[in-house]
Write a new protein. Sequence first.
Length: 165
Amino acid sequence: MREGLTQRLYRDFADLYRQHALPDSESLMCYGFECGDGWYDVLYEMSTKIKAAVDAEEDVEPREVAVSQVKEKLGGLRVYMSGNKVDVDGVRQALEDASRRAASTCERCGSEGSLKKNHGWLMTLCGECEETRKANSERRLQVRQQRLKMLLKDSGVDTSERVSL
Ligand SMILES: [Zn+2]
């Protein structure tokens, strides 16, 4: 996620994301939000709900609940918490809601999306971002084939047949 959005989440939910300042031996939050910008709204809503749930619990202090990692895995949103007071109903509900919402939200642009599969690779995308991604990878492949053909030509190999990588 780009820096501006990351900093906004750190600023608005300073207690929740305070572990971003810790070394990676203590928390993986130092790597920021390891997902696309499209999930910013999902994370903002989740953070708002967690904060509200923690504020509503009399015996839980805000500093007893922290997020230790946020990442995309197999096309889904994964959020890990730390602290012995994270087992609050509202917190668990907020994590479930975020995971469900992310599963139908394009990770690139935030539009409605669904899980897309490509060569064993998974990502939640909308139709348009999926087309862009396909076009880009097709273009990269063409450039690579062009380069390979030139290399082979230089070395005297017959390139009249389509070169496959
Ligand atoms: Zn999209």
